[in-house]
Design a protein around this ligand. Sequence first.
Ligand code: PLP
Length: 422
Amino acid sequence: MTDAARPDQPWTYETAAVQSAIPRGLGQTIGFPIHAAAAFQFDSLQEAQSEFQQNTGLSYARLQNPTVRALEERLTVLEGGVATVAVASGQAATLTAILSVCRAGDHVVAASSLFGGTTGLLSNILPLMGMAATLVENTPEAIGAALQPNTRLVWAEMISNPAGDVADIRALAERAHAQGALLAIDNTCAGAGFLCRPLDHGADIVAQSLTKWAGGHGSVLGGAVTVGGGHDLTRNPIFTEGGEHSILGVRGDAALAWRQRWLGAHQLGMTLSPHSAFLIAQGLETLALRLSRESETALALARWLSAHPQVGRVSYPGLESHPHHHLAQTYLRGGQGAVLTFEVPDPAAFLSRLRVLRIAPNLGDVRTLVVHPWTTTHGRVPEAARLAAGVSPTTIRMSVGVEALGDLQADIEQALGAADSR
Ligand SMILES: *Cc1c(COP(=O)(O)O)cnc(C)c1O
């Protein structure tokens, strides 16, 4: 039993992040106790049998753990969903979300401006299982045109990395639903529902990496899939085959959430550890503070860099020059995210001179991190696709942390100056 984990409670994000889903019981700790357990004991044969039939409580920790469950309840509140399964990484969340509605013979349509790991999974792993994905330009028209009769899922990122494309959720949901497909949004860069709750705008599934803003300190890996209510599964044979014995017949409204837990945790064993769940739940408590501050600093840096004589194109959805600025205005609240890209004349020299900004392939850390996507995160992506994703040989990607704006500017300034005078 936990405190006030109901989606109908009137709390704001900031309050829900620290007050929701705190487990009651042993010790009555205010935070999340870590249940270091592989299994849970029963008092009788009947109790064990009933648990194995119902699968609602605790038996074996690959399926559920109280610490992980409390994190799941908190994420459900923050995303405005109905149920969440937490898994070991963002990649595991993506796989869980896809397999929950797709099987051999099925098809996924995705916006091409995706996180590299997602592109890899769609292009390399789906074909191993007899599924296919089509990656198209990130517009509702292009995505709508790529839908096929066997398309079960449309996939887009709320704020894409590094291009900063913003998903037009309502337009995508309309097109997906008309075809009997569901819409899944990767909400990683919108920070666990803080900048946007895609389920409020018609998305059916939110998948995300908790490694980034949720964890927030570069110290833990995790991922989660949250489902909303009201999705239509009646046109997907995975859920309808078998009539009254079908998944839909047996599980009703809980069919999709049930299948996601069954796949991600129970069957595939991509379970999140309780220690990681604790770190992530604690990270969520300061996410609103961090990401609103980081968004403010990112906007200030984007404007400053745009006017800087040694810096080329700056891309940030908070800038009016960004092609998706209007979508950012429509869908994002509390900031436009912490990720921006900019062009410098000599990336190697620039990076080597930095003293405050750190070179690391992560996002959402409290420290400001930079990478050269051309040679690292996007190094294996074909050149044309790299350019299409907004990555050129001179692009720097930055995930803004919570440091003082002036210190970041001073470090960038000296790194640009020093690079220039070599
Ligand atoms: C990092 C990331 C992922 C993958 O998450 P991991 O926790 O690294 O497995 C998925 N989507 C986006 C947008 C990401 O940034």
